[in-house]
Design a binder for this molecule. Structure first.
Ligand code: B12
Ligand SMILES: *[C@@H]1O[C@H](CO)[C@@H](O)[C@H](O)[C@H]1NC(C)=O
Ligand SMILES: *[C@@H]1O[C@H](CO)[C@@H](O)[C@H](O)[C@H]1NC(C)=O
Length: 136
């Protein structure tokens, strides 16, 4: 009796704990917007997800393997890790001074520019990841 009460109290407490995922495989949905501010081309949006506290790179790989037409490549920087090199066949170029900028539209509609790349950024649920071909 006592044990049962303690058990159900513990269960209740676990259920009520905020921010604790039910399972570690919970999906964090995100959308990915591909845009180009150098030459005019249509915006494309895709949907995918990262796992609980998963990195953006994992979501991009999942999106690529879902065969929705999204493609990307990255190179490995010795200091900072994965560098987003190309998206949908268009590559950044040192000669042209172009690159794929990583921006994020948060759920309160603020656009932020993360201070880390695709290998370190951990998206939150329902954020829009903006991959913007840009000049520097
Ligand atoms: C110049 C620069 C850039 C240029 C590099 C172009 C060029 N050919 O010069 C551009 C504008 C492309 C750039 C882009 C980005 N950058 Co930058 N960049 C720098 C900066 C100011 C100097 C780098 C440099 O020239 N070092 C000297 C050379 C001799 O060393 P190097 O090793 O050859 O440098 C290369 C790497 O730094 C690489 N690189 C530059 N930025 C980044 C970012 C990532 C994630 C990676 C993997 C590699 C990388 O490009 C350089 C030239 O090839 C540093 C800050 C600093 N003061 O060091 C930030 C810095 C490296 N960048 C940073 C970031 C976050 C980014 C972006 C993710 C920003 C964004 N939100 O879009 C993007 C990369 C997006 C992508 N496509 O993956 C961060 C990285 C921190 C981290 N731990 O991830 C730094 C440290 C600045 C910061 N915010 O603190 N960047
Ligand atoms: C494409 O997306 C960018 C970034 O969100 C936005 O500023 C621009 O207005 C969009 N363009 C079109 C044609 O929808
Ligand atoms: C929007 O959310 C970001 C974090 O996601 C926060 O830093 C920022 O202050 C918020 N802005 C507003 C206007 O609420």
């Amino acid at each position: 009796m006592k044990t049962a009460a303690l058990l159900s109290a513990t269960l209740l407490l676990l259920l009520l704990l905020p921010g604790v995922p039910a399972t570690s495989s919970d999906q964090t949905p995100i959308s990915v917007l591909v845009t180009n501010s150098v030459s005019h081309s249509l915006n494309k949006t895709y949907s995918t997800y990262v796992v609980y506290r998963g990195i953006l790179l994992g979501g991009l790989k999942r999106l690529q393997s879902s065969n929705t037409g999204f493609k990307f490549t990255y190179t490995e920087d010795p200091n900072y890790g994965p560098y987003l090199q190309s998206v949908n066949g268009l590559a950044g170029s040192t000669a042209k001074r172009t690159y794929w900028e990583l921006l994020v539209k948060t759920t309160n509609n603020t656009i932020i520019r993360p201070d880390v790349g695709i290998g370190c950024y951990i998206p939150s649920a329902n954020q829009q990841i903006i991959l913007k071909y840009n000049k520097y």
